[in-house]
Design a protein around this ligand. Sequence first.
Ligand code: PLP
Length: 413
Amino acid sequence: MSEPAGEAKGSRESLEGRAAALDATDELGKLRAQFVLDDTVYLDGNSLGALPRSVPGRVEDVVRRQWGSLRIRSWDESGWWTAPERIGDRIAPLVGAAPGQIVVGDSTSVNVFKAVVGAVRLAGGGGEGREGAGVRDEILVDATTFPTDGYIAASAARMTGRTLRPVAPEEVPDALSGRTAAVLLNHVDYRTGRLHDLPSLTAAIRAAGAVSVWDLCHSAGALPVGLDEHGVDLAVGCTYKYLNGGPGSPAYLYVRRDHQSRFDSPLPGWNSHADPFGMTPDHVPASGALRGRVGTPDILSMLALEAALEVWDDVSIDAVRTKSLALTDFFLECVEAYVLDGAVEPVTPSAHAERGSQVALRCADAGRVMRRLIEQGVIGDFREPNILRFGFTPLYVGFGDAERAARILSRTL
Ligand SMILES: *Cc1c(COP(=O)(O)O)cnc(C)c1O
């Protein structure tokens, strides 16, 4: 906050004017009409994406016709059985993956478990229960991770006889050694909005002979990821944030093609069997991405997600990234202009290369401030201990929303 507050306050008209001009030339602006929204400023799409208009009718059809009339025939005739791979292929271009490497199903938490144990098994260097351990006996985990990833990595470490070491993402290159089996990192920090350097960290992990696992919850649908291009080994992500799949919509697992034949899931359910209806006593893993499946897919949520993904049909993720950065830049500029010096402090990096699609502001009494904002129609969220979090979903948030949110924030403070 470097501008003198008194002078900056006079700029409301010019900021409103700039917002209107930016919205008028925004190529993605027309997509907002594809979502069910009202006149609140919705800046919480990084927690629960808004409802796409295509979803309610699809869910109605899935329930009434596919389930109600076709019943069991829908496993084939309505494409239920193959939905996890089909929808995985729909997500793939958004995260830079060629087809056949992503499967949809289960929660992010469960996929973190499959990926971390799978990564340790891919890395080799000592079997589970420590026979022959002593080589790759460490798992590194993002010290600032979303909690569920850390809890599950700790359990995976116990189960596989490895030691879990929390490390800040930027310190991973120094922490890597011949002892590292797997490294679990968040692409964008859920609290601060910091974007970590996936290409260079992945390269460092690979050079150390370890296996990378990236959590894309806060990047997929908000910015290009480039999984194939950057040589990521395994990745997971949720679909109810920037992908707008709906509350609890199933997550996904990416297994790089080169690893698929050796990927050994710790949850080898019958859906990942090469011949699921053979009903044999032994598990023979299917080939390809479907090795990541477990049990019967949650069809209702999954097909709601498939409908939600239609909004991406003519949208490039690069255009989304360009608008996302413009929106967060503009919001930060409005906050700097409107909010009294020192009342909030941005914790999201100002460098574009280090910024996701949210702005986090440190603020005294942040929980109460956010409650007051929500009462006034600006929906963000509060994260412990003192963070106001504003997520910018370029598909439906405009520059006018950013200006209004900053103005109401300054009034509230
Ligand atoms: C949102 C989020 C999750 C959520 O996990 P669920 O199993 O879907 O509850 C996990 N990891 C990260 C980094 C997240 O941002």
